[in-house]
Design a protein around this ligand. Sequence first.
Ligand code: FES
Ligand code: FES
Length: 165
Amino acid sequence: MPLELTVNGDRYELDVPVLTTLAEALREDLGLTGTKVACGEGHCGACTVLLDGAPTLSCITLARAVGGREVTTIEGLRDHPLVDAFVRADALQCGFCTPGQIVSAAALVERIPSPSHEEIRHEMSGNLCRCGAYPKIEEAIRSRHGSARGGQAALAGFPRGRDER
Ligand code: FES
Ligand code: FES
C-alpha cells in the first residue's frame, strides 16, 4: 500500500519498504536533501524535521509511521527569518548541522519568541555542532527579526515539549 506523505504543504504517494526511515524517504525518494544524516542513530540532531510542528529525528523515524501528519523540512523554511539570521551571524562553519539547527530553532522561537540563554541552551541541546558554532547559533536565534513566513501551517499547532529527543 502506498504511503501518503505531506511535506512542506505538498502531498506525495510513495511506495517505500516498511523499514525506510523518514530521512531516507525525504532525501532519496523526494530529493529533499536539505535534511542531513550524520550519526544516523538519533544522537546528533542533524536530521531534524518538524512533525506537526514538533522537532523530530528523521533518521530514527520510520516513514510509514508519519502518514497523515505534516512534515516540514528545511526546504519548507527557506523564507524563515532564521535563515538570514544564521548567515548574518556567521553561525556555521562546515554547515552540515545547520539545517537541523534552523529547524529546531524555528520550533523554539514559534513557542518562545524571545528565548533566554538557558531556554536556547535547553531547547537546542539535541542539536550537536562539531564545529563548535554554539555562541553564534545563539546569537542568530536572538538576532532574528520579522515573523516566520515559511512553514506556518506546520508551526501553527506546535505543541509544548519535544518529540523523540
Ligand atoms: S543523523 Fe539523526 S540524530 Fe544524527
Ligand atoms: S557548522 Fe559544522 S557541524 Fe555545525
